[in-house]
Design a protein around this ligand. Structure first.
Ligand SMILES: [Zn+2]
Ligand SMILES: [Zn+2]
Length: 152
């Protein structure tokens, strides 16, 4: 068995996630969840498709992918029209609030778990269904690269 991403605090098992939504275990669903569980950052649809075992045809992939999104196991992170990535939904195994960090230099997106969103109040009569926050900046590895570039 492949080892899981040690950076991921929860290392959710695809089987357990599927079971929690009463979804049948198919190799395609399990494959997609496995790829996302091991990824250090959110992935685009094409990146997921490229990593997935090529025995799954397009239709199976799209159907499985949609099922995982519809059941909130995978979530869509929309930065803008040109950039949409997907990650495992931390809400499926962790109840804490989470926000996204987008790196302007390398386009990577990370889910930041257990973020504390306070001090945002809506006008009277408004009710929030969900909160999406994207913090844009420079990620750790880009920052380290910039610092070494100065020594050229
Ligand atoms: Zn970066
Ligand atoms: Zn996220």
């Amino acid at each position: 068995m492949e080892s899981r991403n040690p950076n991921h605090p929860k290392n959710p098992e695809p089987e357990v996630l599927l079971q929690s939504r009463n979804l049948r275990r198919t190799s395609c669903r399990q494959g997609i969840l496995d790829i996302l569980a091991q990824a250090a950052a959110a992935l685009t649809e094409n990146e997921i498709k490229a990593k997935l075992d090529s025995t799954h045809d397009r239709t199976t992939f799209y159907r499985s992918f949609k099922t995982l999104i519809d059941n909130n196991l995978v979530h869509r992170i929309v930065v803008d029209n040109l950039l949409v990535k997907y990650a495992l939904n931390p809400r499926s195994y962790n109840s804490g609030e989470h926000v996204h960090f987008y790196c302007n230099r390398c386009d990577s997106i990370l889910c930041i778990e257990n973020a504390h969103l306070t001090g945002i109040s809506l006008p009277t009569g408004f009710e929030a269904d969900e909160t999406e926050v994207i913090i844009k900046g420079t990620c750790k590895s880009c920052k380290l690269n910039t610092n070494t570039d100065h020594n050229e």
